[in-house]
Design a binder for this molecule. Structure first.
Ligand code: MN
Length: 314
């Protein structure tokens, strides 16, 4: 759910253009964390980001029967914000700022890494039943990457009716609804719960969009999208037409194209490889930059980087 990136995910195979064709639907890559199966929608070859959204893991519905499930030990982040959003179940967040926060469906955990933070994501040991949700990363702009780390929990978010369903604004704004969560860049993320029927979501022509289906099956601008797939929509839309024949749930992510250098490796997002290499060394050294997480889980060490030790990173 907060899984590290593989080199394969982040290969700079060109960002691709969404302006032609204006919409593409592609299958996510399957990733496993122990017994938890994940569909990784972003990044992927040819599409590293949608707006500032540079990582999207869909934690597939998993039955938690023995109290165990998602147990990701302390690990570091830089240069990004993590968004944890659940459809079912509970996840306990602990971070090096001293926060310990349970997140439940309909609530938002938002962690801003800035120059460096560490956290763990744990099962509570109490919850029994399905666990289902997403973890997303938003890249931070260069001027925010040196900000101090921060954490927010939002128990209530703005919700409205939408034709044949309801929506919740998690990040950013939609019409007159505005999420209280920190959002430094032109971006948005909304949760859609639709009954059978159609709905039109207002769009911004300067935004590109991505749609992940969490449950059911959704028609996005006339293209069928199923769980495990991402619909990527190019700029120039003033609305996004949705339709479904069954109760469905989806996330719509959007933003102005991220117009800055974007390097991603493991749990780090930065402007260049040098920043990433420094973060890798600082985490390995266990110093003050990333602090300590009060977790009983073992900390996660970074893998060997694909660049040579001692090489002056580009
Ligand atoms: Mn994480």
């Amino acid at each position: 759910m907060s899984g590290p990136l593989d080199v394969d995910d982040t290969a700079e195979a060109g960002r691709g253009t969404l302006d032609a064709p204006p919409l593409e639907v592609t299958a996510d890559r399957e990733v496993a964390f122990g017994e938890v199966q994940v569909w990784r929608a972003l990044p992927r070859r040819g599409r590293r980001s949608i707006g500032p959204w540079c990582f999207a893991d869909h934690l597939r519905p998993t039955m938690i029967e023995d109290g165990r499930g998602l147990d990701i030990g302390p690990h570091p982040h830089i240069g990004l914000q993590t968004v944890t959003w659940l459809v079912a179940g509970q996840v306990l967040h602990r971070d090096s700022l001293g926060n310990e926060q349970l997140v439940r469906p309909g609530q938002l955990n938002l962690m801003t890494a800035g120059r460096g933070v560490a956290h763990s994501e744990e099962t509570t040991g109490i919850h029994r039943g399905p666990l289902h949700g997403v973890q997303l990363w938003m890249a931070q702009a260069p001027d925010a990457r040196q900000d101090p780390p921060a954490f927010e929990h939002h128990g209530e978010l703005p919700t409205d009716d939408l034709g044949s369903g309801q929506l919740t604004v998690i990040i950013g704004e939609l019409g007159s609804l505005r999420s209280p969560a920190r959002c430094d860049l032109p971006a948005m993320g909304i949760d859609l719960r639709l009954r059978a029927g159609t709905a039109a979501v207002p769009g911004r022509p300067d935004f590109e969009y991505g749609c992940l289906v969490l449950e059911g099956a959704l028609s996005v601008e006339g293209h069928l999208v199923l769980p495990g797939h991402l619909a990527a929509l190019g700029r120039g839309r003033s609305s996004i037409d949705l339709g479904t024949a069954e109760p469905s749930r989806a996330l719509l992510l959007g933003g102005r194209p991220f117009g800055h250098s974007l390097h991603m490796w493991w749990n780090f997002v930065a402007g260049d490889r040098h920043e990433i290499e420094l973060a890798r060394r600082d985490w390995a050294a266990g110093g003050d930059r990333f602090g300590r997480v009060a977790s009983s889980l073992p900390r996660i060490e970074a893998p060997e980087p694909p660049w040579q030790f001692g090489e002056r990173p580009s």
